[in-house]
Design a protein around this ligand. Structure first.
Ligand code: KDG
Ligand code: MG
Length: 408
């Protein structure tokens, strides 16, 4: 079954998405998510100029060989752009193979290991009362695990905190402030470290000890600051503390681990198993945060997760709205199939996004299920996609109070 067409589709139903659509000689189509938030067009060029010409005429059934050809066969390996492009090809080929078999993809990955994937939602508030309302609203929507982010006294807008709910009652990351240049936010880590324990104290006082609570540090602490935060949050029994320190520095996690028993998660910006080797072999983390979209696809992420399983480390795949519904569906098939599943991040997409991407996955009683439709279970409406042209959008840049650029 040869690949006859490969189309790179850019659409922006409220935020930008890049999708690879492969078509085979017998008319099957497969989708892969290649969205790299804020650097979307770099992946479009990589795919269109350097990958699409290699795909036409290839056997769509040779998924592993195609992965190795695009990764090992190219001199320049790894990196977010390359690996998002390879991920899209890999995901689209799995979609085609599962459609050809007439099965939901999770069946080809070994079948279901559970009835559904426990999802966590994003509660946030500019202050504690607003946060508590947001947690209540998420519990009403059915979430059984909650990420907690708040504004910080003395600082303005803080990334990851909703400034207001959108028209459909949901909030998103940066698209509310779409601009050709990134906006700037002010950051003060000491103020943050003072405030966060008081937030978790209030949340536990209101919701009790059972509710799994998560928190994202967005790579903004030094190792010793992160160690201090992990220690100060121990009384509140977090499910995880995420992205405490900058992603490039695997040994930073060693220092944090020496000081705290708060579980640690990292990896949404990683793109290779080589970003994880020290972390896994030394058991420095508890959860692998990579998404299918950014880690080289289902083929590559499955291998990372199998290695993690050897060390008792679980999955916690990245699932914000800049992972497209195609990337989310791919995650859900993997979540259902692997043994060492931990939790799945889930930010529902906007109604406009769901007009472009017709999904079949479902969310019920806190669990996500990819559905039993053949393949990934997502279809792309090209006419709807064309109605939402690309618009530049960037994540904000953080500067300290003295103007110094700070880490992501
Ligand atoms: O593109 C960046 C976002 O996906 C990221 O900041 C969201 O940290 C995030 C999360 O945990 O979902
Ligand atoms: Mg994160």
């Amino acid at each position: 079954m040869k690949i006859t067409e490969a189309d790179v589709v850019v659409t922006s139903p409220g935020r930008n998405f890049v999708t690879l659509r492969l078509t085979t000689e017998d008319g099957l189509t497969g989708l892969g998510d290649a969205t790299l938030n804020g650097r979307e067009l770099a992946v479009v060029a990589y795919l269109s100029e350097h990958v699409v010409p290699l795909l036409i005429g290839r056997d769509a059934g040779r998924i592993e060989d195609t992965w190795q050809y695009l990764y090992r066969g190219a001199y320049w390996r790894r990196g977010p752009v390359t690996m998002a492009a390879i991920a899209a090809v890999d995901t689209a080929l799995w979609d085609i193979k599962a459609k050809a078999a007439g099965m939901p993809l999770y069946q080809l990955l070994g079948g279901a290991s559970r009835t559904g994937a426990l999802a966590y939602g994003h509660a946030s508030g500019r202050d504690i009362p607003e946060l508590l309302d947001s947690i209540r609203a998420h519990l009403e929507q059915g979430f059984r695990a909650i990420r907690v982010q708040t504004g910080i006294p003395g600082l303005g807008t803080v990334y990851g905190v909703a400034s207001s709910a959108g028209d459909d009652g949901r909030y998103d990351y940066e698209p509310a402030r779409r601009t050709a240049l990134p906006t700037v936010e002010t950051w003060d880590t000491r103020a943050y470290l003072r405030h966060v324990p008081t937030v978790f104290e209030a949340v536990r006082a209101e919701f009790g000890p059972d509710l799994p609570l998560l928190h994202d540090g967005h790579h903004r602490m030094t190792p010793i600051q992160a160690a201090k935060l992990g220690k100060s949050l121990e009384p509140y029994d977090l499910f995880w503390l995420e992205d405490a320190t900058p992603g490039e520095d695997q040994t930073a996690l060693r220092l944090i681990r020496q000081h705290t028993t708060t579980p640690l998660a990292i990896g949404e910006v990683f793109n290779s198993v080589h970003d994880y080797t020290v972390l896994l072999q030394e058991r420095l983390i508890d959860y692998v945060r990579s998404a299918v979209t950014h880690a080289g696809g289902i083929t590559a992420l499955r291998k990372v997760l199998d290695l993690a399983g050897v060390y008792g480390i679980k999955s916690g795949m990245h699932g914000p709205t800049d992972i497209s519904p195609v990337g989310m569906a791919a995650a859900l098939h993997l979540d259902l199939a692997i043994h060492n599943f931990g939790i799945q991040e889930y930010m529902p997409h906007s109604l406009a996004t769901l007009e472009v991407f017709r999904t079949s996955y479902g969310f019920k009683d806190g669990l996500l299920h990819p559905s039993d439709s053949p393949g990934l279970g997502v279809e792309l409406d090209l006419d709807a996609a064309a109605r939402f042209p690309y618009e530049a959008a960037y994540l904000p840049v953080s500067r300290l109070t003295d103007g110094t650029v700070h880490d992501w």
